[in-house]
Design a protein. Structure first.
Length: 157
């Protein structure tokens, strides 16, 4: 601990960083913690990390596999939901959803996919484009019918 004098109390569980601090010490804490982080990261090249459990093809996105994944619930700390990589898949349809057009709905062959809060990517994509995506498998029930669906985490190309 490099700034113990700023804290009133420390706590939390293994997956948390709980602490209490007086309001008057927040700006000093921010300055101190920023300096510590900058020192520890100096000279390192930071790149975002994409955690992928396996590569999958579109023909494996079916009700059976979606139901198998669902049996692994509940997901959370210690049991993360599997993320799959889909390479070189072609967009066959696209449209925006949501009152503010904030969600992007794509179709790859006969598989529906939704990218929540990624509506801004619509302008960069067109039907016929081939992309790589990371996504999780999901079941979509609508109008009494259930179908497999991809929940897109990232569109990589």
């Amino acid at each position: 601990m490099q700034v113990p004098d700023l804290f009133i109390d420390l706590g939390g569980h293994a997956g948390a960083a709980g602490f209490s601090i007086q309001t008057k010490n927040i700006s000093k804490f921010k300055k101190e913690i920023t300096a510590i982080i900058n020192q520890k990261l100096e000279g390192r090249e930071l790149k975002p990390e994409k955690l992928i459990d396996a590569q999958m093809t579109l023909n494996a996105v079916n009700l059976k596999n979606c139901r198998l994944i669902k049996k692994m619930e509940p997901f959370g700390i210690g049991n993360p939901e599997p993320i799959f990589l889909f390479k070189n898949i072609t967009i066959t349809q696209k449209r925006l959803l949501g009152s503010a057009q904030e969600h992007l709905k794509l179709k790859f062959d006969d598989i529906d996919a939704i990218a929540f809060k990624k509506g801004e990517l619509d302008k960069d994509l067109k039907v016929g484009d081939s992309v790589d995506i990371t996504a999780r498998l999901s079941l979509n029930t609508w109008g009494g019918s259930t179908s497999p669906q991809l929940i897109i985490k990232d569109i990589l190309t």
